[in-house]
Ligand binder design. Structure first.
Ligand code: CA2
Length: 147
């Protein structure tokens, strides 16, 4: 019976807090990981928090989540708009899936408007900055059933 929430992060998110603070804020991905872990523990869950710059690694994490996770929170970054491979992998995950974006992608250039991943997401968290991750953990705790 898994009570582990996978939190997956795509390309360039390792640079959070270092560049473009006007769009992505000043919180680092390590800070976000720590906050996710604390929030999850307070709700009786654990977190497996990952970041990769490689599409195939994200796909493999989704495959691992099929065995080990009760839910997935994913910020696919640029793969949101390009990766049918990631969409197909996520479709095979039966539990709840939350797509997350730090920035309000709909207020940005049109290249950021057409998410492929939203087609399979249970819900979408957009534009709440780094705090969106903790909000997504709370939402996931309400959605996830141990599997
Ligand atoms: O707002 C988000 O969370 C995004 O997923 C971030 C992606 C972008 O492609 C999405 O449209 C929206 C980009 C991540 C790049 O991360 C950086 C972090 C710091 C400095 C530069 C890039």
């Amino acid at each position: 019976m898994s009570k582990t929430i996978f939190v997956l992060n795509g390309p360039n998110l390792n640079l959070l807090g270092e560049r473009e603070p006007s769009i992505y804020g000043t919180t680092t991905l390590c800070d976000i990981r720590d906050r996710c872990e604390a929030k999850a523990v307070s709700l009786g869950f654990t977190v497996d928090f990952r970041q990769t710059n490689f599409e195939g690694e994200l796909v493999e994490s989704v495959h691992q989540a099929r065995k080990d996770a009760c839910g997935i929170i994913i910020n696919p970054a640029a793969y949101t708009f390009t990766s049918i491979a990631l969409l197909d992998a996520l479709k095979t995950f039966d539990g709840p899936k939350i797509e997350l974006h730090i920035s309000n992608v709909h207020a940005r250039e049109s290249i950021y408007h057409n998410s492929l991943i939203s087609r399979t997401a249970t819900g979408v968290m957009i534009g709440f900055g780094a705090a969106g991750y903790e909000l997504a953990i709370e939402a996931m705790a309400g959605l996830a059933r141990p599997s």
